[in-house]
Design a protein around this ligand. Structure first.
Ligand code: C2G
Length: 135
């Protein structure tokens, strides 16, 4: 079974590692679509802290990842699933139901999100630490 997953993976953390490792255990080949800087800006009105080249390198360095590509548009998901011959799409359950439209193309599995960590939270912690150390 070939598996695909998508994400930004900005400020790579344990929640990212958990989902990627668990996605890889669903099949024998894992492809990861890493959201481009522009796609992130269009979704979140801010650029990621780490640029797309570095985020792709980090994900690609994981031994459980076989292939990495740049996800440039949300509209191309069906195309990405077909191009990478994915039998299964895995996402964290913060996306529950949002990818069900691809069920005619492949299995869609939502895995539990790792609690108590997110890129947004990390950015806030770093910001607060920086603010306090200025005093
Ligand atoms: N994730 C997780 N646990 C966390 C944080 C993230 O399981 N504590 C999972 C998310 O559910 C997602 C993956 O890690 O499956 C990547 O998360 P993000 O980097 O936040 O990516 P996102 O902005 O959700 O982009 O087209 C879909 C997008 O590319 C997904």
């Amino acid at each position: 079974m070939r598996v695909i997953t998508f994400g930004t993976f900005d400020m790579f953390h344990i929640g990212h590692l958990n989902i990627i490792e668990r996605a890889s255990q669903v099949g024998i080949h894992l492809t990861v679509g890493v959201s481009s800087d522009e796609l992130n800006f269009s979704k979140k009105q801010r650029f990621p802290i780490c640029n797309e080249r570095d985020r792709m390198r980090i994900v690609h360095a994981l031994s459980c990842v076989n292939e990495v590509f740049l996800e440039e548009s949300l509209e191309l998901k069906a195309q990405y699933i077909k191009t990478h011959k994915a039998d299964c799409l895995v996402m964290g359950d913060d996306w529950l139901g949002k990818f069900d439209e691809f069920k005619p193309l492949c299995d869609v599995i939502y895995l539990p999100r790792t609690p108590a960590i997110s890129t947004t939270q990390l950015i806030e912690i770093v910001y607060e630490v920086g603010k306090n150390s200025e005093c």
